[in-house]
Design a protein around this ligand. Structure first.
Ligand SMILES: [Zn+2]
Length: 109
């Protein structure tokens, strides 16, 4: 029994407040899984995703409409950052190209 409670202590848990009854309850974290959590007080069910939204979208475990608004905003933000990074990378490549406009020395065999 002591070992069990010790294990329970080490197991990662998350606290969430129920949107219906406002009471807080704990639920286990299961990385990479989609869990149905039932509020122990009012029995309302929540679907909690521990799947990385980006990975989930790529692997088809998640759909865009399944993502929370927070994840959608995060992914849009990430997309903008990536687009900016690619944009700067391309513009740098272009400037490098134009600066190395020195004529190539012909190599005679
Ligand atoms: Zn509840």
């Amino acid at each position: 029994m002591v070992m069990g409670s010790l294990l329970e202590k080490f197991r990662r848990k998350k606290i969430m407040s129920c949107q219906k009854c406002g009471k807080r309850f704990r639920f286990p974290i299961r990385p990479g899984k989609l869990l149905n959590i039932t509020c122990p007080h009012c029995k309302s069910v929540y679907q909690i995703s521990f799947i990385n939204p980006l990975k989930g979208l790529i692997t088809g475990q998640l759909r865009w409409s399944n993502l929370s608004r927070y994840d959608q905003i995060m992914l849009i933000g990430l997309g903008i950052v990536i687009a900016l990074l690619i944009g700067t990378a391309i513009s740098r490549l272009v400037t490098i190209d134009s600066s190395t406009n020195t004529p190539a020395i012909p190599y005679v065999i």
